[in-house]
Write a protein that binds this ligand. Structure first.
Ligand SMILES: O=CC(=O)O
Length: 313
């Protein structure tokens, strides 16, 4: 039987790579010196693409792979995949929801604590020997702060549950109110930002949610407000974020994602009210293995004509 060709776009997880290699004819795009040439050469055998939060199947790649049947993303965010094109061509799309929800929500709470209690800055204070010359200054309490969540999906809800344990009142914005929660709903992000102390971006990135946090929203959050982003960089107007922080119009920020990763605006490096992480929301050994198993499980299901485990398209 002809072995099934699977194209992996970038290196993402060695266990996933191994498992794919055991089952399929795995093409690793990043190893090719001439990528377009490589795709052309193997287009006749590639039936699946595996991407992630950084690299997905765009229209050009989809057009270049006439036998493509499925895109299986090693991520919950699918903004790098041309979903409309996949629908149009009958290409299935799977992703990795649920298995990563806890890690991302944990990290969001970690960022809130890190920014308000200045955890990273105080760690630097100890390491640099400054403690010997005097105590670190007072910080801000987290327990009881009002947390506003943009997007009350799986991850948004998991953040809300965790923040509730810190006695934080919860409010949220989403396209429509959720009848099954008692959290306070605001019909606009501006109203949400005006009524919370910590604003968290937890929605998916679409044309509608790009720059959902703009200058006006940051001004509404204000000089004591804290912005947390565990969604995608383009949710926030980044140059506006930099000026709001530099000018003191925003109280602080905890960021796991950026508009042009891995580029991070250098103006942020010297700010003690900012915590910067390198897009690690799902980056634990346990969760990455569960994500890898789901990618492989979806491909196996597809190629044995069984129902997909986590289909999106
Ligand atoms: O950013 C991570 C993901 O989308 O899974």
């Amino acid at each position: 039987m002809e072995s099934i060709g699977v194209l992996m776009l970038i290196p993402m997880n060695s266990y996933l790579e191994q498992e794919l290699q055991r089952r399929y004819n795995l093409f690793k795009l990043w190893t090719a010196p001439q990528k377009p040439q490589f795709i052309k050469e193997h287009a006749d055998s590639i039936r699946a693409v595996v991407g992630n939060a950084f690299a997905g199947a765009d229209a050009e790649l989809i057009e270049a792979l006439p036998r493509l049947e499925i895109v299986s993303s090693f991520s919950v965010g699918v903004d790098k995949i041309d979903l409309a094109k996949c629908r149009e061509k009958g290409i299935r799309v799977t992703y990795t929801p649920d298995v990563l929800t806890e890690d991302v929500a944990d990290l969001a709470i970690g960022l809130m604590l890190a920014v308000l209690r200045r955890l990273c800055e105080s760690d630097r204070y100890v390491r640099s020997g400054k403690w010997k010359k005097g105590d670190y200054k007072l910080t801000t309490k987290f327990t009881g702060k009002t947390v506003g969540i943009i997007g009350l999906g799986r991850i948004g809800m998991a953040i809300a549950k965790r923040a509730e344990a810190f006695n934080c009142p919860i409010c949220y914005y989403s396209r429509t109110g959720k009848p099954d929660t008692e959290y306070k709903y605001y019909p606009s992000v501006l109203e949400l930002a005006s009524n919370c102390q910590i604003l968290v971006v937890a929605c998916s990135l679409t044309a509608e949610t790009r720059h959902i946090v703009n200058r006006e929203v940051m001004n509404a959050l204000g000089p004591k407000g804290v912005l947390i982003n565990i969604g995608r960089g383009p949710h926030i107007d980044e140059p506006e974020l930099v000026s709001a922080l530099v000018e003191g119009r925003l109280g602080g920020a905890g960021l796991d994602v950026y508009e042009h990763e891995p580029e991070v605006p250098e103006e942020l490096f010297g700010l003690e009210n900012v915590v910067l992480l390198p897009h690690v929301g799902t980056a634990t050994v346990e969760t990455r293995k569960a994500m890898a198993d789901l990618v492989v499980g979806n491909l196996e299901a597809h190629f044995s004509n069984k129902p997909l485990l986590s289909p999106l398209v």
